[in-house]
Design a protein around this ligand. Sequence first.
Ligand SMILES: Cc1ncc(C[n+]2csc(CCOP(=O)(O)OP(=O)(O)O)c2C)c(N)n1
Length: 711
Amino acid sequence: MKAVLNGRPATDASTANAAGLSPEQLVAVYRVMLLSRKLDDKEIQLKGQSQIFFQISGAGHEAVLVAAGLTLRPGYDWFFAYYRDRALCLQLGMTPLDMLLAAVGSKDDPNSGGRQMPSHWGHPRLNVVSGSSPTGTQVLHAVGAAEAGVIYSRVAQIADRQSFHHDDEITYVSLGEGATSEGEFWESLNTACTKSLPILFLVEDNGYAISVPVEVQTPGGDISRLVRSFPGLHVDSVDGTDFFASLRSMREATAYVRARRGPAFVHAKVTRPYSHSLSDDEKLYKPAAEREAEARRDPIRRFAEFLKTNGIVTDDQLAAMTADVEREVNEAAMTALAAPKPAKSTAELWVYSPDVDPTSPAFETPARPEGKPETMVGAINRTLKDEMARDPRIVVFGEDVADASKKDALKVVPGKGGVFKLTHGLQRLYGDDRVFNAPLAEANIVGRGVGMAVRKLKPVVEIQFFDYIWPAMMQIRDEMSMFRYRSGNTWSCPMVIRTPIGGYLRGGGPYHSQSGESIFAHCPGIRIAYPSNAVDAAGLLRTSIRCDDPVLFLEHKHLYRQTYNKGEYPGKDFMIPFGKASVRRDGDHVAIVTWGALVQRSLVAAQQAEKDGISVAILDLRTIVPYDWEAIAALVTKTNRVIIAHEDQVMCGFGAEIAARIAGELFEHLDAPVRRVGALNVPVAYCPDLEEAILPQTADVLKAIREIARY
Ligand SMILES: Cc1ncc(C[n+]2csc(CCOP(=O)(O)OP(=O)(O)O)c2C)c(N)n1
C-alpha cells in the first residue's frame, strides 16, 4: 500500500528503479539531505550560543539540490551557487568541516578564510566559485564563465586551452524566485539565449523573498511561465521537494545543455521551514495553515517515508543513520570551534594580488618610440592591438566596440570600432570570438567580464560613457573589487574596464560630462589609471592589462584628440608602473597636484604665473589608486604651498583625500592653506556658458596660484 503525503502518493520503488539508483545510492541520497539539515540545526544552535555570527539555512531545498549535485560534475562543471545550496555543495564534495569553518570565521575556512558570511560557497577544487551576498549578481558571472568555456573551445591560439575547459562542461547557477526580479537576471537570460550558452539556471522557489510572496515579485507568480518565450531555452517546472521528479528534471536539463542545444532553466518549487534567516520570523507574515502545508511537503520527511514504505530502510536503520549524521556534525563542529581565527594583523591582506605588483620596477620598461606622433585614441588603439597579439586570452567587448556584428556586413564596410573609435579594427584582426558587441546593459558587460576573468581570460571591456557606468556599480563595487578579498585570495577577477570620462565638450551636458573617480577610489580592490597624454595612456593601459588586479582605466574624452598631448607610440612593451606620478613642470613657490584634463590647464596657468614671478611645479598623478604620495610629499616639502586641481566637483572629489593627508602628515611644511580647485557642486550643464562656469578653468587655477603665493 502506498503512503499518502500532502494528498499525493509517495514515490514507489518502480520510480526509483526507473531513476536507475540502487538501494545503497538511495540511502546515500537521504544521508546527504539529512546531513545538510543537521548542519543547519547545528549552526542554529551555535548561533544561539554566540559561537557563530550568522546563519542562513538550506532547509526545504535539499531534494532538488542533491538531484543537481548527482547530475553535475564537481571540478569539471562550474558552479555559482546560491546561499541555500548547502545540500548541493555537500553532494559535490564539500565536507561539514568546510562549512562549519566558515560559520566560525576561521582562517582555515576554504570558502573565504573568515572574510565572508557562511553559506557563501567557494571551493576551487570543485569549481564552486566564491559567492557574494547581492541576490542577483552571480547569474552574470555564470554567463561569463559559460562564455569563457566557449571561447577556450574556439580560440586555438590559447596554447594551454585544453586545461581550462571541457567540450561538454556546464555552468550551473542558482537563485531564489525573489532574485529573478533583479535586472541582472533578465540580462543574463538575454545573453545565455542570444549566445546559446551551456548554462543551467536553477530557480529555487520557496514562495517568499524574506516576507515578500512570489506573486508580488512575479506577474502571475510563476517565473517559468514568463521565460518560456526565450528562444532555445529549455524550461521545466518541478516539485523540488520530490527527489525523483527533481532528478528527472535535472537529467533532462543537463542532457540538453551537454548536447550544446542551448541553455536550460529549471524552476523548482521548494519550502523554507526555518524562516528566511535567524533574523526573520516567518510567523509574522505566513499563516499557520500555510506553514503546516509546507511541513507536509518537507523533502526529508518525504524521502524518509519513501525509503520506509518501499522497504529500503527500517525505522531502526533510519534512527541509526540520524545518530551517525549527528555524530559527524558534532565532531566537525568541535574541530571548527577549536580552529584558529585569522590574526587581526591579516585584515589588510588580499585586497590586491600578492603575486604581481604593478607598482614595481618590473612595470617600468623603456619607451621605444615608433613613427609619427599619435593622439590618445591612436595610442590606445595600438596598445590594444599589440596586447591582443601578445596574449590570446584577451577579449574585448562592450557596446558598439566591434567593427560590425553582421559577418556579411564586415566584408563591405569600414567598421565602427566604438563610438570614439578606440577599438576600431580589433574585430577584423582578432575575430568575433575575441571582439564582440554586448547588449545595451552595463551590468551585463562587467558581470560577464567577472565570470570570464574568474576562468582566467583577460577581459578588457568598454563602458561607453562614464556617465552610464552606474548600472554596473553593483558588479564593480560588490563583485569585481571584492572577489579576491572575500575569497581569501582563492578567486580573483583581474580585468580592465575602459571608459571615457569628463567634460569640456561644449555641449556634453549632464550625461556626457561626468567625473567621479573618487567614487571608485572608495572601493578597495580596484586600481584606477587616469592618463593625461597619449604616451602615458599607452604605458598605463599595458600595465592595466598585464597586472593581476581589476583596473578602471579612465580616458578623458576631451583629451582623446588634442594636439598638445600627442606622442610617438612608445612600442609594444612600454609600461608605466602604477603609483608613479610625473613631474610635468618643476617650480619653487607653489605645487599643483593634478590629473586628467586639469594637467594642461595647470600648465597654461603656470606659464602665466611665471610672468608674475611665481614658479609653479606640476605633478600629474597618472594613477589615482594607488597615488604617488612620495612625489606629493617631496613637492610640498619643497614649495610649502600646494593646490590640488581636478575636474570633478570639489565636494568629495579625490582632492579631499589628498588635502586631508597633506594636512595630517605635512602640516609643519605648509606656509599656506591647502587649496582645492574643481567643479562647482552641480551637474555639468549643456549650455557652453554654464559649462564654463561649472568646470574649473585655467583662470581658476591661476587665481588659486596667486592667492596661495601671497602667504
Ligand atoms: C541586491 C540585494 N538586495 C537585497 C538583499 C537582502 N536580501 C537578502 S536575501 C533576500 C531575499 C531573497 O529572496 P529569494 O531570492 O527568493 O531567495 P530565498 O532567500 O527566498 O531563498 C533579500 C531581499 C540582498 N542580499 N541583495
